[in-house]
Design a binder for this molecule. Structure first.
Ligand code: TXA
Ligand code: MG
Length: 340
């Protein structure tokens, strides 16, 4: 049964999709791996909407889909390993995690506040046609609700997201059917973050060394990196690199202390406010959302944290954020920032 928001791929459907995307709306689209829930990666509000629709209780970084290598080079610091892997596997099911360019136009929320960005050029013709027609990188996680399996048909997407996404492009069943391989090549020690369709051996053949397996869930790697040997290569030194914040840290940690649930800010603090009754007394105040809108607050969060992480202030104080919807992910991120 076709639903009103499912459109078979066609020139007109792509024109409609481009219109929605440029208005900051979401479009689910097929790739050779699984269907993605796409939005303009350079638009903070669109990226926040992706997290809201997925119902993720935390900000996990999103893969940014590009039409070719030159689009990727405008977003991330391209390196030799990236060029080799792109020559071998792009377009295709391989995601490259690289340092963000300092002036990368991609929303900080798509990197979950981190210094790196996952980029992938999908092989499916209609996916590339969409990105090319839109002319913008598309942030797109798998088009399922958080914690559920990735959809491989338009109907599966509809069953997951229903009418929460205005348009689902129907390109039939995905050829590959499992997600892309994710490899972090942002430092000299390649780390296989997620096994996928491209095998570790294929990557080894291109790079001339085996990628280090990711022993822990992303985010916990830095704190608990074990010292180990993989196929005779001692990676302990690289593990030390992984541990140092800022190298491969998947989350941005402010250097200032972060104080939560603040109702009385101190005179030297920068206050991140929420809602319309804002306490006075902070040295600077930035309202994450005057209207008390959690999506707007999520869209502003990482930009606001970075902008106020300055020696001019003694700490970043944050007003209480409701523990519901995207508030869960916002509070999860803030608690991590405050724990450091
Ligand atoms: O095949 C795929 O990769 C599909 C299609 C739609 O392209 N996308 C997909 O996205 O599976 P998602 O968000 O469901 O999974 C992305 C994975 C997550 O585990 C995320 O943590 C990791 O990639 N990832 C993305 N960017 C990252 C980054 N900058 N650093 C570390 N991990 C990253
Ligand atoms: Mg997924």
């Amino acid at each position: 049964m076709l639903s009103i928001n499912i459109e078979p791929i066609s020139g007109n459907a792509i024109i409609l999709a481009v219109k929605l995307l440029s208005d900051g709306k979401l479009v689910a689209f097929p790739t050779e791996t699984v269907y993605g829930l796409g939005g303009d990666a350079t638009n903070d509000a669109a990226v926040a909407e992706i997290f809201a629709v997925k119902g993720r209780p935390e900000f996990n970084p999103l893969i940014v889909h590009v039409s070719d290598v030159s689009m990727a080079q405008r977003l991330v610091e391209w390196n030799e390993a990236a060029q080799k892997l792109a020559n071998a596997f792009w377009p295709g099911p391989l995601t490259l995690v690289l340092p963000r360019l300092p002036d990368s136009p991609v929303s900080l929320l798509a990197s979950a506040g981190g210094d790196t960005l996952g980029v992938r050029c999908p092989a499916q013709a209609s996916a590339r046609a969409l990105i090319m027609a839109a002319g913008i990188p598309l942030a797109a996680p798998s088009a399922n609700r958080s914690g559920r399996v990735s959809p491989t048909t338009a109907q599966h997407v509809y069953e997951e997201l229903g009418n929460d996404v205005p348009l689902i492009l129907d390109g039939g069943a995905c050829e590959v059917g499992i997600e892309s391989t994710v490899i972090d090549i942002s430092s000299d020690a390649p780390v296989l973050l997620r096994p996928g369709f491209i095998a570790a051996e294929q990557i080894e053949a291109v790079l001339g060394r085996p990628p280090h397996p990711n022993p822990l869930p992303i985010g916990e790697r830095e704190a608990n990196a074990p010292r180990e040997r993989v196929r005779g290569i001692d990676y302990s030194e690289q593990q030390v690199i992984l541990k140092s914040p800022g190298m491969l840290a998947s989350h941005y940690a402010p250097s200032l202390p972060v104080r939560l649930n603040v109702t009385k800010p101190k005179s030297k603090e920068a206050l991140l406010a929420f809602g319309d009754s804002v306490p006075k007394g902070a040295k600077a105040t930035f309202n994450l959302s005057k209207a008390g809108d959690l999506e707007e607050a999520a869209a502003n969060l990482f930009v606001a944290l970075r902008a106020h992480d300055k020696p001019d202030y003694s700490a970043i104080a944050v007003m209480p954020i409701p523990e519901e919807g995207l508030g869960l992910a916002i509070n999860d991120r803030l608690k991590r920032a405050a724990a450091r």
